[in-house]
Design a protein. Structure first.
Length: 611
């Protein structure tokens, strides 16, 4: 049968009908998507820690309000990590169950003690419902706290038996009592305490008799406080059906705000299974990602989830990244390098000077505690790069000396660049280049002795014995002189130490200077004013090093800062703290500072005497 177009008077109704049919089809097509979108998820970053920087680890809690649970099937591609607005490389997504921090708050009145036809009180049903969960919990799995208005209190503990014993020993009041919201506020403070395991979800279970209207007016504000602290709260109202009808809207709004549940219990209803309630919340997502940061300071991180038509983002989580440049240390740097000709005949030929290179040992420290790879180590002489390493080993450099044929002083420093592009440098150290005289060649045996002594071996023996006696006499005299000076130095030092010990103690703080080199000796400063130098008569502590002046530096105790100060006394090589020169006015020393007295280096350590 052929299609007949409707008449003119029916065309309008025909068009309206088609419009509604199309609208109905569109709604049916998009309804599943709209249903899948649902309520946005709640995403909260609970902790961000470095694993091995730049690898970071973020613990994220995801909550689905529609299903009232943490989704357990989110893959890695569902997450996006933004650091300072820039996407970070997400490497791995795991799950962990850190346990719950749960606080039970009971606000009882006469409604708790009402019995049913079997003679069982409403409190007994509540007690057994809590007990059915706590008896299955392994000690140490969760943390529990208990607050009963007018009754016992149990602070946070990992032993569920402590909660059960308090609940079992409690008897609810049989008469009406004045109720307040103070127990709920106390429970919020308890559940908000720091947890032993990072990211433990927190749950507050408020079991109360019906409240008066004046108290209900304060419930919304308290619900916002609970939500702001990231705590979930559930409420059980124990009373009559009429009382529940009057308060239902308030408590259901409270439950929606705090991502919990609200229910009424008169003795016949089925109470929620707390084991299932806990299992729906006890899960965290652990995200491992690579941080794009290469500088220290304040870092802002955000996590986004996009899965099955549902999108959500966390609030910004901020933490401080302590990232500082590396600190290079030159070890065994000589004060002077002597270059000599191989023979007298080659005097004036620069190519014949020896040695042709000098090995320098370099040690790299990371003051921020984040150990990373070294990218390059460069040696600078008089401001010009002369040697560089871009591959291991980075602890040694070779200084080419072939171009140094004239005596003089060179300024030497080492610069280090790490894998993050941060650059650290040592101060410039003076190194003298000396040109020595060539070693004369030994004379031949035919001309070393007179003609009459040639051919008589016992003459050589006689000369050898005479030479040994001469060496022994010179060595004995040198030893006696050194021994006398050493003895006088030791006696002077012992006399100064005894004098310092006789003085009354001025402070319980003692400064210990630990040497950077293994063969060095630690300096202990515990007097009011201590002088360090090479002169044993004028200084308390003596440093036998060519770069140390006779009276080099001074250490003294600062009462106001409860620490020690150091000042330079006009030394030639200078006194340095963290590679910065120290003036005569002095500088306050902090724990871990690097102190150089001339060339010798030390690390600052404070010791405090107890009592």
């Amino acid at each position: 049968m052929a299609f007949a177009f409707p008449r003119r008077k029916h065309r309008v109704w025909y068009g309206v009908g088609l419009f509604f049919v199309g609208l109905l089809g569109w709604l049916l097509w998009n309804a599943p998507r709209a249903w899948a979108a649902g309520t946005p998820w709640e995403i909260r970053i609970v902790q961000v820690t470095p694993v091995a920087f730049p690898q970071m680890e973020a613990r994220v809690w995801v909550w689905d309000p529609d299903a009232r649970r943490v989704p357990s099937d989110l893959p890695r591609e569902a997450f996006t990590v933004l650091e300072d607005g820039q996407p970070a490389t997400l490497q791995q997504v795991d799950q962990e169950n850190p346990g719950l921090q749960v606080v039970f708050v009971l606000n009882p009145s006469r409604s708790f003690a009402i019995r049913d036809v079997q003679g069982v009180t409403r409190y007994t049903y509540v007690y057994h419902q809590i007990r059915s969960w706590l008896e299955t919990v392994t000690p140490g799995r969760h943390r529990f706290g208990l607050i009963i208005a007018g009754g016992p209190r149990v602070d946070l503990t990992e032993d569920p038996q402590a909660i059960l014993q308090a609940l079992e020993a409690y008897t609810p009041p049989r008469e009406e009592r004045s109720l307040t919201l103070a127990p709920l506020q106390q429970g919020l403070r308890m559940v908000d305490q720091p947890s032993p395991r990072p990211g433990m979800p927190r749950l507050l279970l408020f079991i109360t008799s019906p409240l008066e209207q004046v108290l209900l007016n304060g419930v919304p504000a308290l619900a916002e406080q609970i939500r702001a602290k990231g705590v979930h709260a559930a409420v059980w109202v124990v009373g009559s059906p009429q009382e529940w009808r009057d308060q239902r809207d308030v408590w259901e709004t409270f439950a929606r705000t705090t991502q919990g549940h609200a229910m009424f219990f008169s003795g016949t209803e089925v109470l929620p299974d707390l084991k299932e309630v806990a299992a729906r919340r006890d899960r965290l997502y652990v995200l491992r990602y690579l941080s794009p940061r290469r500088q220290g300071g304040e870092v802002s991180i955000q996590v986004q989830v996009d899965w099955q038509e549902r999108r959500a983002a966390s609030l910004a989580y901020r933490y401080h990244l302590d990232l500082r440049p590396p600190v290079p240390i030159l070890e065994d740097l000589p004060e002077a390098i002597v270059r000599v000709y191989e023979s007298p005949e080659q005097r004036g030929t620069p190519e014949a000077l020896k040695p042709t290179q000098w090995r320098l040992s370099v040690k790299v420290e990371f003051p921020d505690g984040i150990v990373r790879d070294v990218k390059r180590v460069t040696l600078y002489v008089d401001g010009q790069p002369v040697a560089e390493r871009t591959s291991p080993p980075f602890d040694r450099l070779f200084w080419d000396l072939t171009a140094l044929a004239q005596p003089g002083t060179r300024r030497v420093r080492v610069e280090v660049e790490d894998a993050f592009g941060l650059v650290g440098s040592t101060p410039e150290f003076p190194v003298r280049i000396l040109i020595g005289e060539p070693t004369p060649r030994p004379a031949s045996s035919s001309t070393a002795l007179p003609a009459e002594a040639r051919g008589f071996p016992w003459i050589y023996l006689l000369f050898g014995i005479a030479g040994l006696l001469l060496v022994a006499v010179v060595a004995w005299g040198t030893w006696m002189e050194y021994r006398g000076r050493r003895l006088s130095t030791m006696l002077a030092r012992r006399r100064r130490i005894l004098q310092a010990e006789e003085k009354p103690a001025l402070s319980a703080v003692r400064l210990v200077l630990l040497p950077l080199e293994e063969k060095g000796e630690a300096l202990v400063v515990q007097g009011l004013d201590v002088c360090v130098g090479r002169d044993a008569e004028r200084c308390t502590w003596v440093l036998e090093h060519p770069s140390v002046s006779p009276v080099h530096a001074r250490f003294w105790y600062d009462d106001a800062a409860d620490a020690y100060r150091v000042a330079d006394l006009g030394s030639e090589a200078g006194t340095w703290v963290n590679y910065a020169p120290v003036s005569r006015s002095g500088l306050l020393l902090e724990e871990g500072d690097l102190v150089h007295i001339g060339r010798p280096g030390f690390r600052v350590k404070y010791e405090r005497r107890e009592g």
